[in-house]
Structures are given as C-alpha cells and as structure tokens.
Write a protein that binds this ligand. Sequence first.
Ligand code: OAD
Length: 234
Amino acid sequence: MEQLPPRADFDNVVALTGAGISVAAGLGTFRGPDGLWTIAPDVERAMHAEYVPGNIDLMWQVWGGMHEQAQEAGPTPAHRALAVVQAQVITQNVDGLHHTAGSHDTIEIHGSAGRARCLLCPWNGPAVEAARASGDPRPRCPRCGELVRPSVVLFGESLDEAALAAAQHAAVSADLFLAVGTSGRVAPASWLAPMARAAGATVINIDPVPGDPGPAFHHQVTGDAQQVLAEWAG
Ligand code: OAD
C-alpha cells in the first residue's frame, strides 16, 4: 500500500479537507451509500440558494446541528495531526473543527456554520451572537433584527473571492498537497489539486475507498484519515 512521504521532506504542506475528516466527530459525508443525501434526502433543501428564505429553519437545523455536534465532539486526531505538522489547511467543511484543533489560519472556502449573516443588512458574525439577539427561537440580526442564516456557501452561490484567492495561492505554493476525505466532486475546490500539481507539488489523496483519484494525483493512500495522519504526524 502507498504511504505518505516523510513530513521532513517538505517545507510547505497544504491540506484540502472534506467531510471524510469529520466522520470520526460524528458527522456524515454528503455522497455515497452512507452519505447525508442518501439517508436524509430532504437535507438537500438546506443546501440550495433557490430555497432561501423559505428554508431558513431547515438550514439552522442541518448546518447549525452539524456545528453543534462537531463542537460537542471536538476535533479528531486527523484535525489535530494537521495542526501539529503546521499544514496550511483549506477546508470545504463548515464545522469549525480545524480552528478548534489549532489550525487558526484555516481557509474555510465554503464558509462556517458557526457564523451567521443577515438576510437584509451586511451583518456577518458569530451565530451565538445572533441567537442571543433573538426574541424568539429563530436567530436574528443584532444590528437590524432581520432573520439571519448560517454563513455557508450554498449551491447557486459564489465563494468568497478573498477565500478562494487565498486557497489558490496556498495550492500553488505547496510542495506537498494532500486531499483528505473529499470526493473531489465540487468545483472550485476540485481545481486546487490540479493547480498544485501543475505548480510542481507532490499531490496525494487520502481516502478509505480504493480507487483512482484522477490525473492530478501522484497516488492515493488508501485508509482512514484518522490513522494515516495521526501516524504521519507522529
Ligand atoms: P463527500 O461526501 O463528497 O466525500 C467525502 C469523502 O470522504 C468520500 O470520498 C469518502 O470516501 C471519504 N471518507 C469517508 N470516511 C473517511 C475517513 N475516515 N478518512 C478519509 N476519508 C474518508 O464530501 P466533500 O468532498 O467534502 O458543500 O463534499 C464537498 C462539498 O459537497 C461539501 O463541502 C458540501 C457538499 O455540497 C457545502 O457544504 C457548501
């Protein structure tokens, strides 16, 4: 089986993470037979911009619930390992676990379920602040009183330009680029591995499901990210 090369061989490790890294914190993946969309198809309504604002309650249930579960469980050994090796993390996850693990400059390209943003004014802040500002169970804007929604990127919405630019800069600066627990099905995150490869990085996929990760990758380490990364970080 292919292994990860020694950490000491690289100056600049960049990790793109996805739902698979948070499975050990009790969160689901999105795709596949055990994925959220298979076991709870209505969850999809919380993920598309076209349903806003009618899906706000469902959005808080799905994204807020995910964030709560993650914060209760805490970061996994794989999140901690990436912090220990001081990898620059780019994550598609909105659960906040990289920050909790100590990767404070994590680039959250799909936003954060720990944050909320107002449907009316430019307020964007901690979700707990919006919950406190609410006179009813639905979180409201502390500035104008309008409803707020989780600050996550839905299908049909654009990524934050600064976050995407930072992710692309990180990818082309990497000498080792790891894709961890992501199916690579969602653009523009899926473009980062090819960019890293074109810029000269060693590009490796970590996933328990054997398969060909595609031409951007030098190889796949087939295994659980928890075990693979914890062993690698020592
Ligand atoms: P997916 O559900 O598409 O893929 C999860 C991947 O994690 C799969 O390839 C699994 O085989 C793998 N996996 C499962 N357990 C693992 C483990 N223990 N160790 C390593 N890998 C494991 O999730 P993402 O690729 O993250 O968008 O999905 C990308 C985006 O699609 C998400 O960010 C979400 C969704 O629409 C937003 O939230 C905006």
